[in-house]
Design a protein around this ligand. Structure first.
Ligand SMILES: Cc1cc2nc3c(=O)[nH]c(=O)nc-3n(C[C@H](O)[C@H](O)[C@H](O)COP(=O)(O)O)c2cc1C
Length: 226
């Protein structure tokens, strides 16, 4: 049917990594390909490649007395990309149990007062969000449970649901480092042996499988909701 072509949903895939050859960038490309295969039009926003400046400035600082404030042209262009998207998928390395500064700055500057929040009818209402965070910690590290909880609190409760999103999911991808990392009781980082050959291939395949599962599940939920 032509319905899919004329009403193709749009996925804004936001990548927050400085190296195009990073596992994060690889994961973002695979996520975009899966979403495309599921029928989405892809808008790929590589914050570093587009030279996004995460620093707040006077033009983009909210004016609490004026929710109609005209922000900078750069921010308005980013707002339009968000409005055009049905879903947003942010792919990023977990830094200090949070998002990297460039992604945080994109939210600070673009998800602004009068646009993302501060209206009785939120403009972003009904959109869905997937946060794919790559973490160096190993899956069996006790720190992971708290990491998942703090990311859900900050990203889903504090940002997405606050801005009226219909759904927000945090997909935490542990074991993103070549060498397994653990923190001991004294807070030392214990770096394990890097694996090689077939074992390493299996490790990457498992990582891609876990990332793929988050994206597939997210895409399937849209089909149910549509
Ligand atoms: C500044 C910084 C902070 C980090 N904080 C955490 C953290 O809080 N928890 C964690 O599991 N990994 C942490 N890591 C490890 C990264 O999550 C990991 O290196 C990254 O996901 C690997 O993906 P990449 O190769 O695409 O960068 C941190 C790394 C850096 C550089």
């Amino acid at each position: 049917m032509t319905q899919q072509a004329s009403h193709a949903r749009t996925a804004l895939v936001v990548v927050a990594h400085h190296r195009p050859d990073s596992l994060t960038a690889h994961t973002a490309r695979r996520a975009a390909a899966r979403l495309e295969a599921a029928g989405y039009r892809i808008d790929l926003l590589d914050l570093h490649a587009e030279d996004f400046d995460p620093r707040m400035n006077t033009s983009d600082q909210p004016d609490w007395g004026n929710r109609e404030k005209a922000y900078s042209a750069e921010v308005h262009a980013h707002m339009q990309r968000i409005l055009d998207a049905d879903v947003i998928v942010a792919v990023f390395p977990v830094y200090w149990q949070s998002v990297p500064a460039i992604l945080k700055g994109w939210i600070d500057r673009v998800w602004n007062y009068g646009f993302a929040y501060g209206r009785s009818k939120p403009r972003l209402a009904g959109k869905r969000m997937l946060w794919l965070g790559l973490a160096g910690a190993s899956a069996d590290d006790p720190i992971v449970e708290g990491m998942q909880a703090v990311l859900e609190t900050t990203l889903s409760e504090g940002i997405a649901y606050y801005c009226g999103f219909a759904q927000s999911t945090v997909g935490l991808l542990t074991d993103a480092e070549e060498r397994p990392q653990h923190i001991d009781a004294e807070g030392n980082i214990l770096i394990g042996e890097a694996v090689a050959g077939a074992e390493r291939e299996a490790q990457y395949a498992d990582f891609d499988r876990r990332a793929g599962e988050f994206v597939e599940k997210f895409a399937a939920a849209e089909t149910v909701a549509a």
